[in-house]
Design a protein around this ligand. Sequence first.
Ligand code: NDP
Ligand code: 2IT
Length: 448
Amino acid sequence: MSIQNEYLQNLMATVEKRNPNDKQFLITVRSVLESIEPVVEAHPEYVKMGVLEMFVEPERVIKFRVPWVDDKGEVHVNRGYRVQSNSAIGPYKGGLRLHPSVTEDTVKFLAFEQTLKNSLTGLPIGGGKGGSDFDPKGKSDMEVMRFCQSFMSELYRHIGPDCDVPAGDIGVGAREIGYLYGEYKRLTGQYCGVLTGKGLTYGGSLARKEATGYGLCYFTEEMLNCAGKSFKGQTVVVSGSGNVAMYACEKATQLGAKVVAMSDSNGYVYDPNGIDLDAVKLIKEVRRGRIREYVADHPAAEYHEGCSGIWTIKCDIALPCATQNEINLESARALIANGCFCVSEGANMPSTMEAIDAFIEAGLLFGPAKAANAGGVATSALEMSQNSMRYSWTFEEVDAKLKQIMVGIYHNVADAASTYGFANNFEKGANIAGFLKVAEAMLAQGVC
Ligand code: NDP
Ligand code: 2IT
């Protein structure tokens, strides 16, 4: 597939010229422009008012130095980013990623995706993303704290509860959010909902920790139900063993599936008896250890070095929950050949475009990231609502709202796909449904 519409071809050429080094951003923009071709053709007013030109250009890209001192007294300097992509439907909203691979390209593509994802939640949140090339692995709590304080000492002037509300992503969990929040409060003197994913003792929402993984399974269960299937009795492979992966494993198991594999960036474990999630939580959440430690007290389990081998395990449903581009065409073919009938994305863009095309061509049920993993940010928006009300809902209340949102997203995406002639192509449906709301809001607000 390629872009056919001449206006969109020219727009893509401009984006390429302006962002020559942002490979992942360009792949993402191209795929979205391809999907929304029929929408643009049906809405000449979007073209007339420059909606597309504005949409592909982030409102603001903030880049800054993050100096910090390690436990030995040595100085390190990392690079921090916040990309505020689009505020048409609400304050910028999106996570912060701490990983050595983070570049401006990473944050730009994630912020662009986030705009469409946040639109799909139906809640009033715009799109943003941030992060740094700091590697939290192997750092002491004090080092992580000093880094977070330094990062916030610049970021605080760009964010606020009605302006931009960051949250967690890879490498940013409860510990990091706590240090970031403390520093924001100290610098501004404000006790407000400026971050989500906060601890339950200082304004966090019940069920936010579980929300992305649970939401992924609620979306996937609805997609399966509508195809006459369910999680019950299915064999599932989950990649990653972080926040999203753990709670995807938990909910898939509660829905009657058997999760047989999980991974980290070194390798994967295969347990034919079903993954013992308590053991994974102990290793990853408490000890901050490696997934290979799992086999020490699970004699039936095997550990394999390397990440891509996990997709050669025979399974019915695959839930990639680690990182972008973890399923390439070769892995996609292995999944299809082994009879996998559903792939639903917990991570952001875990499947390459070639892999997605292969899944859709082979008739698999494919849940695209921006729809399937929107439960995390949706629950972040529910945390913002609770903070504004100075009130807390119960776990059951938040979980019920999350489920309703995820079921709603599935139907919105499926309907948009059918309406625009792409029935059952939820990748295109998600791009179209997400874009339509953002475009209407941008149109209403004029050239700005
Ligand atoms: P965590 O940091 O909690 O976990 C990340 C997991 O993925 C770890 O198991 C990690 O292994 C693995 N991983 C990270 N980078 C790589 C890599 N380059 N290659 C292989 N494995 C890797 O992050 P989250 O669970 O929060 O995020 C996972 C994915 O879900 C990301 O794509 C994120 O953007 C997305 N997401 C997260 C949401 C959230 O609410 N947290 C919401 C929606 C999407 P290791 O421990 O070895 O680093
Ligand atoms: O990719 C994502 O949606 C997230 N990392 C969660 C963002 C948020 O603001 O909760």
